[in-house]
Design a protein around this ligand. Structure first.
Ligand code: ADP
Length: 209
């Protein structure tokens, strides 16, 4: 975030003499409190300054990088996940390939009759199954899928950074977003590397006011 010369001046006053009231900062710059209000709001919202009633503004001591990292650590899966695409465990590999194309996704989640998670199918799982001389209409996906308990998943309230670490550490493209039920794991969403990339871009865009 680029600060204006006046915002830089405010920062150095608060750094040197904070906590200091808005009134006092205004006096030091020979400006009115009203003129300074937008600058103080920006500096506070961006996290450079903090304000306490009757005490005034003080410097948070955080660098730009620390502020960005603070923001990233607050992002939740619930703000970024996509709609899941699921198939039943009895469908054929051929039909799963069709679903992957039609729904334009790279990962399918396999569910049982109660819509509970039992497997994951990636592009390469389906490619691998197609390489032999096998009858793709005859092989059900449960033969080739990655199954529980091997499946890595996340929940809506998990931090996006924790879910992203799971994607990286396990070298996978997507996590099912699940809700825990007594009978198992209900699939409620899909968190992919694309969702994380979008979060990254949005974070930068939100700074460009
Ligand atoms: P691709 O294989 O198309 O590159 P992935 O890297 O996502 O896609 O998948 C690699 C392997 O990991 C596949 O065998 C897939 O079934 C499995 N896999 C994918 N997602 C998960 C997950 N969330 N939990 C466990 N295994 C997964």
């Amino acid at each position: 975030m680029d600060l204006t010369p006046r915002q830089e001046q405010i920062l150095s006053i608060v750094k040197a003499d904070g906590p200091i009231t808005g009134e006092n900062i205004a006096d030091r710059l020979s400006l009115t409190r009203a003129t300074l209000r937008p600058d103080l709001a920006i500096l506070t919202m961006a996290g450079f300054l903090d304000a306490r009633p009757r005490v005034g503004y003080f410097f948070t001591g955080k660098t730009g990088t620390e502020l960005v990292s603070d923001k990233i650590k607050k992002l939740k899966v619930r703000e970024y996940y996509s709609v899941p695409v699921v198939v039943n465990d009895q469908v054929s590999v051929y039909d799963a390939i069709c679903s992957m194309f039609l729904e334009d996704v790279g990962t399918l989640f396999v569910v049982d009759k109660q819509s509970l998670l039992i497997g994951v199918l990636s592009r390469k799982d389906l490619l691998r199954a197609s390489m032999g001389q096998q009858e793709l209409h005859e092989i059900p996906v449960h033969i080739i899928m990655t199954r529980l308990p091997k499946i890595k998943y996340c929940e809506k309230d998990d931090l996006l950074i924790d879910a992203s670490l799971k994607l990286i550490e396990n070298q996978i493209d997507a996590l099912p977003v699940i809700a825990k039920r007594e009978s198992g794991l209900e699939v409620v969403g899909r968190l992919t590397k694309t969702n994380v990339t979008k979060a990254f871009v949005e974070l930068v865009k939100s700074e460009e006011v």
